[in-house]
Ligand binder design. Structure first.
Ligand SMILES: Nc1ncnc2c1ncn2[C@@H]1O[C@H](COP(=O)(O)OP(=O)(O)O)[C@@H](O)[C@H]1O
Ligand SMILES: [Mg+2]
Length: 634
């Protein structure tokens, strides 16, 4: 008995909708992607009840003829690819020809479209109800396309039940539109939510840009993403050559949080590949790797990073809603991303200025909203330090197949890019007026006092500067250590009495693996018996009483770092930890002279603004901020 049959088209569409249309935000995404592909210069999105009752997307794109308008509702109907070969070089957002029929099969759907380049003023209006064609008529309309989606999932009660509250669905839509706003600054975007205009964003640049423009992207970030912290520009290019492929140029552009700006989750790091927002673990790791010691362990960076690469070098056809992509030369692209981040960070010029603890504000973040949390107002000031180049930084990384295309000099961001404090539009003037202020290290810092044997207070000509003496000391020692390591000799001090240490079999094996690294770090340790080691010298800064407990602590930290870290990186990481443990204790009283020497040494550091674990070393509270706190300035 034959039991296999072809599914009716409507049912097939509903099944496809199950994959592509997860929630109202997916409808917004598909429709807006179509508008972008149709070369729209303006897009208006309107929603009601979080998109559950209405989603309307209007564009001024190329529009469709009547025949095309009818055809676009058929499954697998697309104007974007013709052959299998085209699949290997996709430049459009869409290509699957699935979105419109899927959406129309699970909603009350109206399409009105008029060709932009035709003389006829006639538009086509098509009404579809739950996948059933109801009516095709002529209508009057402006050139472009309007799609209206009402009562999403009205004919699939099970799916309708799965939709969340209007607030949650709204948050997802806002999140997606925020990404579009940043990725396509040249497109004017209006977003109307529950009858209120939420964003009215005029086009930032004219014409169709092929690559993201840093200034325009910054403008859009400022307008749409409530972030009140410093961000740094990323602008880097390199060629990648994977086995059996032609060399491809990769460009990495965007804006990332300064060292010290971080989040508890990876949600606020946005990656775009050829302007498509994507999720990619490998690239996320590469970004974290790029921050090196400028990011606290367990914290995640913030940013908007655009990877531009030949479309033949990426596969976008690996996920039904195109959320993921695969690079043909993944390892090499990751390396370039890491390098791009390092390059950007090495040019950081100002100190982190906060008025509220980052972690606190992070915890307040509701889990349902993917939007960036607005931080309490802080006063970002622009303080310029001499710019450092990436090669002055001590990153140990092999760059076998990655060749930077431009020299550091040529790709260095112009001075207005050095670092930008972001703020809501109302704060604009206040921030702009501070942009020319001097570097925190270029002005005199007058020592005032030490608070709690930890925070050193200085006065500068624009406010109060606080230094965490422990964090500062860690940074200074860490960089000294790295530079000694570079010359292959970390000075060590001999112990008067060598100590023998007996370890557990597990620890003994572990230590035997890292003996070489330990010796390089100035820890004179050698094997004495099966599980016994002898330690006869310690690093130059060592201050503890017992070399034995020092060594055990170091072993513990190494073990805690996990086996996935490679030896070189582990070595560096541990230097940071070991330095930290042996740096001046947080509450060790320091004399004024010692503090001034410490400040002086910090100034000379390559990355003076964070400790090796990514915590800030300096924080400034400006007179303006104080004035605000005391109600003198409103
Ligand atoms: N806003 C629009 N303006 C002009 N043409 C559109 C628009 N939306 C859809 N189309 C046309 O309809 C086709 C089908 O759209 P869709 O189902 O989203 O599939 P895809 O985008 O994958 O091609 C597109 O290829 C395009 O030719
Ligand atoms: Mg599409």
């Amino acid at each position: 008995m034959n039991i296999i049959r072809l599914l009716p088209e409507q049912l097939a569409n509903q099944i496809a909708a199950g994959e592509v249309i997860e929630r109202p935000a997916s409808v917004v995404k598909e429709l807006v992607e179509n508008s972008i592909d149709a070369q729209a210069t303006r897009i208006t999105v309107e929603i009601q009840a979080g998109g559950r009752s209405l989603i309307r997307v209007i564009d001024d794109g190329i529009g469709m003829s009547r025949d095309d308008a009818l055809l676009c509702l058929e499954r697998h109907a697309t104007s974007k690819i013709k052959s299998a070969d085209d699949l290997n070089r996709i430049l459009t957002m869409g290509f699957r020809g699935e979105a419109l029929p899927s959406i129309a099969s699970v909603s009350r759907f109206i399409l009105v479209t008029r060709e932009r380049n035709e003389e006829s003023i006639d538009a086509t209006k098509i009404i579809v109800d739950g996948g059933k064609l109801i009516n095709v008529t002529s209508a009057g309309a402006a050139p472009g396309t309007m799609v209206e989606v009402r009562n999403l999932f009205f004919n699939l009660p099970a799916r309708r039940k799965f939709m969340r509250s209007p607030e949650t669905e709204r948050a997802h839509i806002q999140h997606y539109l925020g990404l579009v706003a940043v990725a396509y600054p040249e497109i004017g975007l209006t977003y109307i939510q529950e009858n209120k205009c939420y964003w009215h964003l005029p086009p930032v640049t004219k014409g169709k840009e092929t690559r993201p423009d840093l200034d325009a992207v910054y403008e859009r970030i400022k307008k749409t993403q409530g972030i009140n912290e410093h961000i740094l520009p990323v602008d880097y290019q390199a060629k990648v050559q994977a086995q059996g492929t032609p060399p491809w140029l990769v460009s990495i552009k965007g804006w990332i949080g300064s060292p010290g700006v971080s989040r508890a989750t990876r949600e606020d790091m946005h990656i775009f590949v050829n302007r498509r927002p994507v999720e990619n673990r490998g690239i996320s790791y590469a970004i974290i790797e790029g921050y090196h010691t400028a990011l606290m362990k367990g914290r995640f960076p913030v940013g908007w990073l655009f990877i531009e690469i030949d479309p033949r070098a990426v596969d976008v056809n690996i996920h039904p809603s195109k959320r993921e992509v695969k690079f043909h030369a993944e390892f090499e692209v990751r390396n370039i991303v890491t390098q791009a981040i390092r390059n950007a960070i090495s040019k950081q010029t100002s100190v982190l200025i906060v008025t509220k603890d980052h972690q606190e504000s992070q915890q307040e973040k509701p889990t349902t909203t993917p939007c960036i949390n607005h931080m309490e107002s802080c006063l970002p000031t622009q303080q310029l330090l001499p710019v450092q180049t990436a090669d002055s930084l001590n990153f140990h990384q092999t760059q076998d197949q990655v060749q930077p295309v431009q020299s550091e000099k040529t790709i260095q961001a112009p001075s207005e890019y050095q670092q930008k404090p972001l703020s809501s539009p109302e704060q604009k003037n206040e921030n702009d007026s501070r942009i020319n202020e001097k570097s925190i290290f270029q002005v005199d810092l007058n020592f005032l006092a030490v608070l709690g044997n930890l925070y050193v207070l200085f006065e500068s000509d624009h406010g109060l500067v606080l230094m965490d003496q422990h964090a500062a000391h860690e940074r200074v020692l860490f960089e000294k250590m790295l530079s000694c390591l570079d010359q292959n000799a970390v000075p060590s001090q001999r112990l008067l009495l060598p100590e023998t240490i007996e370890l557990s079999p597990k620890d003994a094996f572990f230590l035997s693996e890292y003996l070489e690294v330990f010796n390089k770090l100035g820890i004179g340790i050698s094997k004495f018996g099966d599980r016994t080691y002898i330690i006869d010298s310690v690093p130059f800064f060592f201050k503890k009483q017992s070399a034995r407990s020092f060594l055990l602590d170091v072993i513990d930290t190494i073990k805690a770092s996990g086996p996935q870290i490679n030896k070189l990186r582990l070595g560096e990481n541990e230097i940071a930890k070991a330095v930290c443990k042996n740096a001046v204790k947080a509450h060790d009283p320091l004399k004024k002279e010692e503090i001034l020497v410490l400040l002086d040494e910090l100034k000379k550091c390559k990355m003076p603004f964070t400790c090796p674990h990514g915590r800030p070393t300096l924080v400034e509270i400006s007179f303006r901020e104080l004035g605000r706190k005391f109600g003198r300035i409103v």
